[in-house]
Unconditional design. Sequence first.
Length: 273
Amino acid sequence: MKVFSSGNDTIIENVPYFDLGLSLDCGQAFRFSQSADGAWHGVAGGFVLDALQKGDSLILRNTPPEAFGSFWLDYFDLERDYESIVAGFSEDEYLKRACADFPGIHILRQEPWEALCSFIISTNNNIPRIKGIVGRLCESFGKPLGNGSFTFPDADVLASLEVEALAPLRAGFRHAYILDAARKVSDKTVNLQALADCDDLDFIRGELMKIKGVGPKVAECAILYGMGKTDAFPVDVWVKRIMQEMYPDGLPACTNGVRGIAQQYLFHWRRNN
């Protein structure tokens, strides 16, 4: 990759095996939307971003130049060799088709608290409604960044609230889950940073499931999308169908260690076919 500035833009050339739109809009993150000019607008890590892809070049706008190296490089997981991973997936006929139809999906490296809270909100919910609730959460309790953008609220901020304060979110039964998560993260009953540094997935799952409303699927999403543990394997209705129809004996060996990446390709492919 070659990185340079042009005016207020940060331009990254020769970005290998990456599709910006697929990565942002395949159900793993909820704070980006596409503008009429094709750019993707959103907030992550306290940074506002307008991002546009042209071929194998990525253009980042309205974000500090230094933020690419300090945040966006990791966020978009641009240093992982997805091309080699996908080449390994070609041993399996279904994964080969999924990767051919939707090439360039990366697992976004989201902040652990934002991922955990977002997937608690996702329980029994659809993507447009999840985005609406997350948007209202940020507008109500996040810090303003200008031009109608807000940070994702810290767990400490939410932990000090009572459930009635969350009524504007219109998230129903999830209000109590959000507050329980915020309080347990804030007082380190569930220490997200320590869990992110841990390699024992079973231990991490058990700790996350101390939180009300966090079952196996939400825990697995938090581990994959918020902690970058690529062998985590979230199972929702779509993935359950995939496993029943295509992999009754389990995923093939070519997915070992990167089952979460395989899951994302299969999930998006099955949902769109």
